[in-house]
Design a protein around this ligand. Structure first.
Ligand code: NAD
Length: 437
């Protein structure tokens, strides 16, 4: 099948590459010329495990190509995927300008039947808006609009796309549904479901999924905060509740609040959708508030330890990406935390295995940048762990102690066992567990 993917970011590039991998002819479009030039050479502009290997293979086999020219891309493509940004607007609603602009352009470019598939996360009713825009220029028989929200997780995006737990397709016509079924068949050969539904339900499914997961995180952060006050250990509580299948083991890790390019903006957008429909979604508002407060907890711990004197302290930070295995720092808790530390007069030295370029673009010379995790510790008054990269899990503790001015660790991700830190002689504070004095 011939496919165009418009927007070649985390979602678009993975989508395009994986559809090429199953034999389709894919053309990816982006307005960013630098990105397209790099991709033509097989260089991925993002860090995503496994992606570059698939990409170079499909470029070599001539199943995927890249262009800045939208017209050329949609000329032959039967299916046109929109994988465009939907960032938070000023009021927290999803900003649809990219999606609606491209829809308007497509209205001028489509000349025979096309399926326009929205992969971006968009509020309920957007498929209808896109269809209305296309209808201004095109007769109804020339297009169908499908909602096909994406559930991939950055860091394991290729795997998630190739073996999805489920695929959700909101389609109003049999014809479009059949085409989508054909396209996704190779990915669900082990029997995972493709759910066909109306477009509004498909759009809502994505927001409900992300909001539920964000709620799970906020809930565990509240439990962790209460554990600290009651002397319980959240590690045990997490294991204790996670083995109940109704709850499930995953997404029960407390920390410094959820971040990334999806949860924060999607929870906000769903809350706004509720408001627009005169519904007071109390639970969601609490999820947002708990998350906002949680990002400040580690700062409160530092303030208490340093007796409100962060001014002049040298602090090392390990981990900047919003989670391991990605270079994405969009809405990462590390940003808020670093900004708060700088505002209080601390000097901050950072290290992350892959997010250094992105954080440098954001903070410039306000921070010190280290070539490796140990260099960041040199003469630091304390270490903060903000992303649980696996290379931080079994470090050389002796080397850490030699580099740090004082052996003090504030761990926002509960990377180490309390016993271990006691044995090694660190002062160690983590989330929802007793302090190792
Ligand atoms: P991204 O910012 O990484 O990529 C978007 C791309 O679109 C950029 O390369 C940008 O240059 C390009 N673009 C902007 N305007 C364009 C235009 N007019 N024509 C062509 N290209 C244009 O975004 P992303 O993370 O891939 O997210 C895309 C959508 O998918 C969002 O709605 C997001 O919520 C959703 N989503 C993201 C994830 C994720 O993990 N990143 C997962 C599921 C769903």
């Amino acid at each position: 099948m011939k496919i165009a993917v418009i927007g070649t970011g985390y979602v678009g590039l993975v989508t395009g590459t994986c559809f090429a991998e199953t034999g389709n002819q894919v053309i990816c479009v982006d307005v960013n010329e630098e990105k397209i030039e790099a991709l033509k050479k097989g260089i991925t502009p993002i860090y995503e495990p496994g992606l570059e290997v698939l990409l170079t293979r499909n470029i070599r086999e001539e199943r995927i190509s890249f262009t800045n020219d939208l017209e050329a891309a949609v000329q032959d493509a039967l299916v046109i995927f929109l994988a465009l940004p939907t960032p938070s607007g000023e009021d927290g609603s999803a900003d649809l300008k990219y999606v609606l602009q491209v829809a308007a352009q497509l209205g001028d470019l489509i000349t025979s039947y096309r399926v326009v598939v929205n992969k971006s996360t968009v509020p309920v009713g957007t498929a209808e808006k896109v269809a209305a825009i296309l209808s201004e220029k095109l007769p109804a028989e020339l297009f169908d609009v499908v909602s096909n929200p994406e559930f991939l997780r950055e860091g394991v995006a290729v795997d998630d796309f190739l073996k999805p737990e489920r695929v959700v397709v909101g389609a109003g016509s049999e014809r479009a549904a059949k085409i989508m079924e054909e396209l996704y068949n190779p990915f669900v050969r082990q029997g995972n479901p493709v759910y066909f539904m109306d477009t509004r339900s498909a759009e809502m499914t994505k927001y409900a999924a992300n909001s539920f997961l964000a709620m799970k995180i906020s809930f565990m952060n509240e439990i962790a905060n209460l554990c600290e006050r009651t002397g319980a250990n959240v590690d045990w509580v997490r294991i204790g509740i996670g083995s109940d299948q109704r709850i499930g083991k995953r997404f029960l890790f407390p920390g410094i609040g959820y971040g990334g390019s999806c949860f924060p903006k999607d929870v906000l957008a769903l809350n706004l959708t509720a408001k627009e429909h005169a519904y007071d979604f109390k639970l969601l508002q609490s999820v947002l508030e708990v998350n906002r407060l949680q990002k400040g907890r580690i700062i409160e711990k530092l303030r208490a330890y340093f007796r409100n004197e962060l001014n002049g302290k040298l602090l090392a930070v390990w981990g900047l990406a919003f989670k391991p295995e990605t270079d994405d720092i969009r809405d990462a808790p590390s940003i808020d935390i670093i900004e708060a530390l700088l505002a209080e007069g601390a000097t901050v030295k950072v290290y992350d295995p892959v997010a250094m370029d992105n954080i440098h673009r954001k903070f410039g010379d306000q921070l010190g940048y280290s070539a490796n995790q140990y260099e960041a510790l040199q003469d630091a008054d304390a270490l903060l762990i903000l992303t649980e990269w696996s290379e931080f899990r079994n470090p050389d503790f002796e080397k850490m102690k030699m580099q740090l001015k004082t052996p003090v660790v504030f761990d926002g991700r509960n990377v180490y066992a309390l016993e271990k830190m006691k044995e090694q002689g660190f002062y160690y504070e983590s989330m929802g567990r007793n302090t190792v004095p």
